[in-house]
Design a protein around this ligand. Sequence first.
Ligand SMILES: C[S@@+](CC[C@H](N)C(=O)[O-])C[C@H]1O[C@@H](n2cnc3c(N)ncnc32)[C@H](O)[C@@H]1O
Length: 221
Amino acid sequence: MKDDETWIPDRTDLDWIESLSTPLKETLIEIEQAGEPEGIPIVSRDSGRVLQVLAAGRRRIIEVGTAIGYSTLWLALGQPDDGTIVTIDPDSSRTDRAREFWRHAGIADERITVINARALTAFGQGEPALDGPFELAFIDALKPEYSAYLEELVPRLAPNALVVADNVLWSGRASSSRPSDPEDENTMAIRSFDTALLADQRFHSTILPLGDGLLIAAYRG
Ligand SMILES: C[S@@+](CC[C@H](N)C(=O)[O-])C[C@H]1O[C@@H](n2cnc3c(N)ncnc32)[C@H](O)[C@@H]1O
């Protein structure tokens, strides 16, 4: 087999792409630096850049799992200037910090609505801010609930909307490229979410092996 056929991109390639990309907004670096020592899990910078591209032209976005607002900010920076985002996270100590970061980045408060609740509770209660149609939905909260988030989101999707989900490779445990506990709830949930969504006829879907794995699904409804 030729070398070219077995080559897969590595960190050097990702760093080279980063070196060609537009300079990072200062607030994004601040969020990265704030999150790291506290172990707050946020999307990788590469995945953030993908979110920014996917948000282009999409005025209404919904996100499940805000944390301190890193992925939300990438999405907001990719959207048109009048775009809006509804983002859900029960942890208001995190989302209050997120709001400060968004302000610092020059994002008007009215563009981002935070729902401080568990996502499935908020969906079940018919929270009006969660009424669709949404043109992009980003899932990044509790792994065992990913499939349930998807089913709540589908009726709220606009035609041709995108659904994006993070951590779908689960550090190699989903595919078993790294050893995994066969009983681990998160691994089983992610594996079953990936398997079902990639075969789901309502979507065209694939997984980008970036960060911890970014699933992208285009709604055909
Ligand atoms: C991986 S972090 C989100 C990171 C964020 N998307 C980013 O990349 O900047 C997951 C977040 O989900 C939140 N979360 C936990 N349970 C949740 C639930 N039931 N519904 C919505 N969010 C939840 C946690 O508080 C945490 O901040």
